[in-house]
Design a protein around this ligand. Structure first.
Ligand code: PLP
Length: 448
């Protein structure tokens, strides 16, 4: 297989391969995740993107299933976003100063989320998750730990990465916290309570540790679960209310993807704080924390810096809420608000593609679990059911997922390796049909 890939990519993507070699001399990770499983993998370098299409340096065109890892819900370079970017760059382009798009974006966000009275911006989901953690700790100063769920990803910080992906420990129903990667202080690991999302025991464990928990951080649409567990979220909400522990929804992926608003809009379950990112910047870097006035108050200045330093959580960032990101975010969200049909279309195409892929896998007799909801797809080659995150780490053929990504590239589809894949409002039914043809050929190749 490797010879086939080598031959194909050498012939079809020489400029990308040359750029890969150049990038390896200066960049740490020249292409996302390419160091896993295939040390001489075939990253693509992109010359342009438009709608549902990407073009690489060699002029090959692909249907884009990466979606930039989330932001591109309208597709690449949507005209309203492009126009906002051009006009913002031409007119103002300030950071660390007040401007109208930041206020207008905060208004849109607080209107979109029923429990949100105020917003505070950052440059990424990672940063806004850290802001959330800080406010929880300010609110419950005696409590040492943040509770989070195994496999739930909240960015690259020490705190968020505890037990967040390939490193897990302890029993499935009562996980032990482990550092997400080397370099994590042991204290950070100890200060994290890790729970198994969806497992009934998780709520008992949270209750038993309540006095030591400052806040609960959860992905209400776990990308590995492929659906919203409404009953579990409702139980978690009720328990946090009873225990007086702030509940934080990380809607960095689900925000403005599953609905205008997020999982909380669909379920009616309201957290105390919501972490946002990706789509809200319209493709430029942006994160936000929105929440109740009571919660946000813990981070609001009193006007007296000495008092702030005693009483308030600091929420800062030089580029936070900058004019360009707020302008493109405002354009994207305004478009989504005014075109609610986008969400029904995304839903329908998600089913069309997922049903089609399952049918192809079944025809080929290939064991595959595809979890797909609200334009987010998570695929694993395995016979097993995957009820909990822990199950998705064992008995799953990760090499096959990576190989599939390379075959799909040969057949005109850019599928990310090892990452959930996404469709956008720019994908048409014809694109879905093309992806299915490519998938059929790729699975056929993999079997051969
Ligand atoms: N939260 C979730 C659910 C994410 O998927 C991500 C990134 O993929 C983050 C937080 C971190 O966001 P960012 O990459 O913008 O820092």
């Amino acid at each position: 297989v490797k010879e086939r890939f080598d031959a194909y990519f050498t012939a079809a993507t020489p400029k990308s391969l040359a750029m890969r070699d150049r990038a390896r001399r200066s960049l740490v990770a020249p292409a996302h995740l390419d160091r896993y499983f295939f040390p001489s993998a075939y990253p693509l370098f992109i010359a342009g993107g438009s709608g549902a299409r990407l073009t690489d340096l060699d002029g090959n065109e692909y249907i884009d299933l990466a979606g930039g890892g989330g932001p591109a819900v309208l597709g690449r370079g949507h005209p309203v976003v492009q126009e906002a970017l051009r006009s913002a760059a031409a007119t103002c382009n300030v950071n660390a100063l007040g401007h109208e798009p930041e206020v207008a974006l905060a208004e849109l966000l607080t209107d979109a989320f029923p429990g949100a009275d105020r917003a505070v911006f950052s440059n990424s989901g990672t940063e806004s998750a850290l802001h959330a953690i800080r406010l929880c700790r300010v609110r419950r100063p005696g409590a040492r730990r943040i509770a989070k769920f195994e496999g739930h990803f909240h960015g690259f910080s020490d705190q968020a990465m505890v037990s967040s992906w390939f490193r897990v420990a302890g029993p499935r129903d009562a996980p032990e916290a482990v550092a997400g990667c080397p370099g994590t202080p042991a204290g950070t690991v100890r200060d994290t309570l890790v729970l198994q999302f969806g497992h009934p025991r998780s709520l008992d464990i949270l209750r038993r540790n309540a006095s030591d928990v400052a806040g609960v951080l959860v992905e209400p649409l776990p990308t590995t679960a492929g659906g919203i567990d409404r009953d579990y979220l409702a139980a978690l909400r009720a328990l946090c209310t009873e225990l007086d522990i702030p509940l934080v929804f990380d809607e960095v992926v689900s925000g403005f993807r599953v609905a205008y608003g997020g999982v909380q809009t669909l379920t009616g379950i309201t957290p105390d704080l919501t972490v946002l990112g990706k789509i809200i910047g319209g493709g430029l870097p942006c994160g936000a924390l929105v929440g109740t006035a009571e919660m946000i108050e813990y981070g609001r200045t009193t006007g007296d810096p000495f008092r702030d330093a005693e009483e308030r959580g600091f929420l800062g960032g030089t580029m936070s809420g900058n004019h360009l990101s707020c302008s493109t975010g405002l354009a994207a969200l305004t478009h989504l608000r005014d075109n609610p049909g986008v969400y029904a279309d995304l839903e329908r195409r998600t089913e069309l593609l997922a049903d089609g892929m399952r049918a192809v896998a079944a025809e080929h007799g290939v064991p595959m679990r595809l979890r797909a909801r609200h334009s987010v797809f998570s695929l694993a080659f395995t016979h097993k059911d995957l009820p909990y995150f822990r199950d998705s780490l064992h008995g799953v053929d990760f090499r096959a997922t990576t190989a599939l990504a390379y075959w799909m590239r040969m057949y005109g589809v850019y599928l990310p390796e090892l990452h959930a894949f996404l469709i956008s409002a720019a994908h048409t039914d014809e694109d879905v049909a093309s992806v299915l043809r490519s998938f059929d050929r790729s699975v056929g190749e993999m079997k051969a």
